[in-house]
Ligand binder design. Structure first.
Ligand code: NAP
Length: 279
């Protein structure tokens, strides 16, 4: 059996560390506050927003909820974000994506002050990540680095292959692995001979968005396999981008779905909020 990389346990550790930190900050008169904005009532978004509010409550972060109707205009949303940018009480601003089609999410992301950009999606945050400067890092890839480090998996010098090049997962993931001195290859839908490339990986990160796409044929013996995917199958059960049953026979360590990468995203959001307050 491979080492099971336990995102539930590691995310709980991180949240407990942050809880203590938040208490210390409170003693110094610093209260951590996150503004969470949701436009419309998409059920999946409502679940994510609720989980974020619950995590805030656990860690001791105040959450200000803005639940706006789906008819909200782009101008109204921009005005709210600008108002929160100027509100000294608010340390972090999170706009739950996806937004309704009539709102350009790029415009909204760019409106959030880089000092309060706890999702790490603002171009300034992304630029800072690329040049190795201090800044907020997108929560899912940041969580994966924590999973690896806290599971005792060395990144430096390893062949790392990322499947997927999205702005929120694949690209920041590859830059973070590079920052940790991995030798990084980024693959995508136009990559030729994908299996040959992924079989070079000591650490393989699957962020492809296709259920059970990665089978044992993609994986080198004893590789570490990180599954970012999140899908519901016909029986409403969660599964990832990796065919867990098949791949676990070859991997030396693997993340399960659920209980792997998923819980880390919210833990790292909490981490970013605390950092925003410390700044
Ligand atoms: P995305 O924006 O759809 O990106 C998918 C990437 O996979 C694209 O870069 C695409 O390449 C590539 N791809 C698609 N088909 C491919 C193929 N046949 N061969 C090689 N590459 C292929 O998805 P995402 O937002 O990065 O999310 C990826 C997965 O992670 C999804 O399942 C999502 O639900 C999940 N997710 C989970 C969390 C979490 O907290 N656990 C957070 C975010 C996302 P092109 O660029 O060429 O199109």
């Amino acid at each position: 059996m491979p080492q099971l990389i336990d995102g539930k346990k590691i995310s709980a550790e991180i949240k407990d560390e942050l809880k203590e930190k938040v208490q210390r900050l409170k003693k110094d008169g610093i209260h951590v506050c996150l503004a969470v904005i949701q436009v419309g009532d998409d059920p999946a978004s409502s679940i994510y927003v609720n989980n974020k509010k619950k995590a805030c409550a656990y860690v001791g972060i105040e959450s200000l909820a803005f639940e706006l109707p789906k008819e909200t205009t782009q101008e109204e949303l921009v005005a709210l974000v600008e108002n929160l940018n100027g509100n000294e009480k608010v340390n972090g601003i999170l706009v739950q994506l996806p937004l309704p089609e009539h709102i350009n999410s790029d415009v909204i992301i760019r409106t959030i002050s880089p000092d309060k950009d706890v999702d790490g999606f603002h171009p300034e945050s992304v630029g800072r990540l690329c040049i190795g400067a201090d800044g907020f890092v997108s929560c899912t890839p940041a969580g994966i680095i924590q999973l690896l480090k806290r599971s005792g998996i060395e990144i430096a010098g390893k062949e790392c292959v990322v499947i997927g090049r999205s702005n929120i997962v694949g690209k920041p993931m590859s830059i973070l692995l590079l920052r940790e001195n991995g030798t990084v290859t980024v693959t995508h839908s136009r990559t030729r001979n994908l299996k040959e490339v992924t079989r070079r990986a000591d650490i393989l990160v699957a962020a492809v968005g296709k259920p059970k796409f990665v089978t044992s044929e993609f994986v080198k013996e004893n590789a570490v396999v990180i599954d970012v995917g999140m899908h519901r199958n016909a029986e409403n059960k969660l599964c990832g981008d990796v065919d867990f049953e098949d791949v676990q026979r070859k991997a030396s360590a693997i993340t399960p779905v659920p209980g792997g990468v998923g819980p880390m995203t919210i833990a790292m959001l909490m981490y970013n909020c605390v950092r925003a307050a410390e700044k």
